[in-house]
Design a protein around this ligand. Structure first.
Ligand code: ASP
Length: 593
């Protein structure tokens, strides 16, 4: 009754057939004697044709159709006189004989086209309209396919998909929990999982030696651009495995996903130690689509009387190719200011321009002669036309700053090519991070991560300084500078786990109170195990060369964590609060807050 075909499938082969199509009116064009309507559904767009001379009533009816009206059209497929090669259905049109309006529509608040004029919040408020746009629709369909391929691959490797609860007790992954009051237990709260971490470890103790789940996780973090309070992971855990087994298994998964959704063969993934990544790229998630590696200059740049360098822990630079003549003094000044913004916080930016004519221009020309600067250039293999950018100061900060500049230059020079994928395993992360401010250790990954086998003895018996240098069996999968996944080999021994909680500042009682169930489980035959989780939303975005995860989520939240469509969060009724035995106290109204 509604459709014999969809709006994306009719071709020359169908010419002469009578068909019924249903969909939304994309646009109407009235050319006097002829009226054309583009009819759209999930599958594509088909042109409907109405001839004034043949059927004046029908033609008048077609002219009244507004954008996004839902209609059914019956008619005959015919060859188009002016074809549209950009559209799969562009060779044919439907000579309509019957037209039915199923539902009228108000004029949409933004255009439903590839490039829309709608702002983010407006698009989210009217998400049902946004989802009609190819840009969003295709992403959501891609996501579905990626989920399916994930399940195919992992089940083919004997993984079992197991659901874990959403109403749990807090798991410390470093963010705040969303809490849910319990009506039956007044004054008590569940937490929504930041990840199923402890549950999947318990499943290993339960003998389910290969677990996975495509699962929602919840983190009440301060919202940075492109963070969602709820997001999805491909969460995995395996027993009786070494780090090698895990990296190989999930390299296999990643290759499968690229192959079966994008038809791209990723070669074997390189591996890099965390320390090396920081030294060479200033980042634990380097974008390897381009080189621009860091070169340290302490030996050649210090002790020449330039105090900024002399006082620095690290003098480090990158070489941007071929921009010496196109970057004016003004451009350089702008770039310096860009580096000095609070987000980056560099004190300044030194540059050395090797101009095409062989001359050299530098902000430190007073302190270093051309021969010295040329010697610097040689360390970078710089050619005429290249520019060195150099920062200095505390090592960690300088590396971070230069890493930002490296990425910015990569963007400006067009080195981050779409369709180019450079995966990387970053391995051997530190176990603990010392926080000067709170004078405490934090878990670099999470508290269940194991130190490397050869570090266990040091961890159990070493002093405070030793703890700072412990390396973990923890790894991240990075693609094109985005962290796609991370995980670790876990501690499976009660004593070592207790020691870790102790280092992280938990008292014995706190550890018992929060993780007694896990410590207890470790006493009943816990196998060696480890795993990882992929950020599913991020993986979707990276695979499609997009920077925002939002358009891969059917109903995302905005930068303030609000769902613009249903307008959540929102106050609840007093009766609900009473049932929960919750009193709101001072936070009476939102306006006051
Ligand atoms: N639970 C960890 C996370 O959410 C992943 C893992 O260690 O498996 O990052």
């Amino acid at each position: 009754m509604y459709r014999s075909h969809n709006c994306g499938e009719l071709r020359m082969d169908h010419v002469g057939q009578e068909v019924t199509l249903s969909g939304w009116v994309q646009i109407g064009r009235d050319l006097g004697g002829m009226t054309f309507v583009d009819l759209r559904d999930r599958y594509g767009i088909t042109q409907l044709a109405f001839n004034l001379d043949d059927n004046a009533d029908l033609c008048m009816q077609a002219r009244k159709l507004g954008r996004e009206f839902v209609i059914t059209a019956v008619g005959k497929v015919r060859e188009r006189s002016s074809k549209n090669p950009d559209r799969p259905t562009g060779n044919i049109e439907i000579e309509v004989t019957e037209l039915k309006v199923l539902n009228a529509a108000k004029t949409p608040p933004f255009t439903i086209t590839e490039e829309t004029d709608g702002g983010d919040d407006l698009r989210m408020k009217y998400r049902y309209l946004d989802i009609r746009r190819n840009a969003v629709k295709d992403n959501i369909i891609f996501r579905s396919k990626l989920g399916l391929e994930t399940r195919k691959y992992l089940t083919s490797q004997d993984f079992v998909e197991i659901e874990t609860p959403f109403l749990i007790k807090s798991t410390p992954e470093g963010a705040r929990d969303f809490v849910v009051p319990s009506r039956l237990n007044p004054g008590q709260f569940y937490a929504l999982p930041q990840s199923p971490q402890t549950f999947k470890q318990i499943l290993m103790v339960g003998g389910m030696d290969k677990y996975f789940q495509i699962v929602k996780c919840f983190r009440d973090e301060d919202l940075r651009a492109d963070r969602q309070p709820e997001f999805t992971q491909i969460d995995c855990e395996m027993s009786f495995v070494t780090i090698e087994d895990i990296l190989n298994t999930f390299e296999g998964l990643t290759k499968h996903l690229f192959k079966y959704t994008l038809d791209i063969d990723l070669g074997d993934f390189p591996r890099m130690e965390y320390d090396e990544a920081l030294k060479r790229y200033g980042s634990d998630k380097p974008d390897l689509r381009f080189d621009m590696e860091f070169v340290e200059l302490n030996d050649v740049a210090q002790n020449a009387g330039f105090s900024v360098f002399d006082d620095a822990e690290l003098v480090v630079g990158i070489c941007a190719e071929g921009i010496a003549d196109s970057y004016s003094n003004k451009d350089m000044k702008k770039l310096t200011e860009w580096m000095q913004r609070p987000q980056i916080g560099a004190k300044g930016l030194v540059y050395v321009k090797f101009q095409a004519d062989g001359s050299i221009k530098s902000t430190v020309g007073k302190f270093f002669d051309d021969d010295q600067l040329r010697a610097w250039g040689a360390k970078f293999d710089a050619k005429p036309g290249d520019v060195l950018f150099i920062v200095s100061g505390e090592a960690e900060k300088s590396r971070k700053q230069l890493s930002e500049l490296r990425l910015e230059m990569g963007r400006r020079l067009g080195l981050m090519k779409k369709g180019d994928f450079k995966p990387l395993w970053v391995i051997d992360f530190p176990l603990l991070e010392w926080d000067e401010e709170s004078e405490r250790f934090h878990a670099m990954h999470h508290p269940f991560t194991s130190p490397k086998q050869e570090e266990i003895e040091k961890m159990l018996n070493g002093d405070h300084e030793t703890m700072k240098s412990l390396k973990a069996d923890a790894y991240d999968l990075v693609i094109n500078g985005a962290e796609i996944g991370g995980g670790s080999i876990r501690i499976h021994d009660r004593e070592l786990q207790s020691k870790n909680f102790d280092l992280l500042g938990f008292t014995k009682e706190e550890a018992e109170e929060q993780f007694g169930f896990l410590l207890g489980a470790f006493e009943y035959g816990a196998p060696p195990h480890g795993g990882l989780a992929f950020g599913f939303d991020r993986l979707c975005a990276v695979m499609n060369g997009q920077s925002s995860i939002r358009d891969f989520i059917a109903f995302p939240k905005n930068n303030q964590g609000r769902d613009m469509m249903i307008d959540a969060p929102s106050p609840v009724d007093q009766t609900q609060l009473n049932e929960l035995k919750l009193e709101l106290g001072e936070i009476e109204t939102k306006e006051e807050a």
